[in-house]
Design a protein around this ligand. Sequence first.
Ligand code: UDP
Length: 240
Amino acid sequence: MYKSYLEKMYNQEKSMFFKELKNMLNKNQKRLIVTANPETLKYATKDDTVSKILNDQNTVIVPDGIGVVKAAQILGVNIIERIAGIDIASELLQLGNELKKSIYFFGAKQEIIDDLLKVVKEKYPNLKVVGYQNGYVKDRDKVMKDIIKKEPDIILVALGIPDQEKLIYQYLDQFKKGIFVGVGGSFDVISGHKKRAPKIFIKLNLEWLYRIIKEPSRLKRFYNSNVKFIFEIKKEKKKS
Ligand code: UDP
């Protein structure tokens, strides 16, 4: 059940993935990068569109979360390391700046977007921001049409899973190029509004714990996705 998705996941080092990102940008390729955590994979088992997105040949699934890495180990699938969505978003800003590419930001609250734009202007001056929109607009389709018109090289969508992936996928055919990533709460962090876990938590694979301590309301979501997920993985292992 889950194994096929884990087998499709990117299974080399993070540094190699970043080299491939650079290559994709240089070649003006079209890709949807899905940073998959257990919640994403659980959606795939319940929601046909999410399953279709993960199986699409334009989709690159990246293991975002220790839960996914552990699940792969249990089922004997080779995944080397976690590649967090926030790291991919930051790397794309860096690469976009280096290669003088264009970008569109869609998602998060207006004040977050405002501060994100300030950070980008200061830290990534060669990155061309061709458009942005907060994630609380009524007409998301109108925003997607604006993105199509502007033909950006990088499109970061921060609306939370699975909305961000579904929206990108719905319009993907209408784009000729672009690296699309659903980046969840990354704008909140890059704009300086939310702190990422201290390095020691990240190193010990405990970033999830930090997020729960900071936002206890996440506990239920964590239990429903991660804890139940590992039980299901163990069941799948027994059956195989
Ligand atoms: N968000 C949005 N519009 C919505 C719902 C959510 O722009 O209608 C944004 C929200 O402000 C946040 C992001 O989507 O910036 C989701 O963040 P969360 O931390 O929940 O994502 P995760 O990384 O945990 O998937």
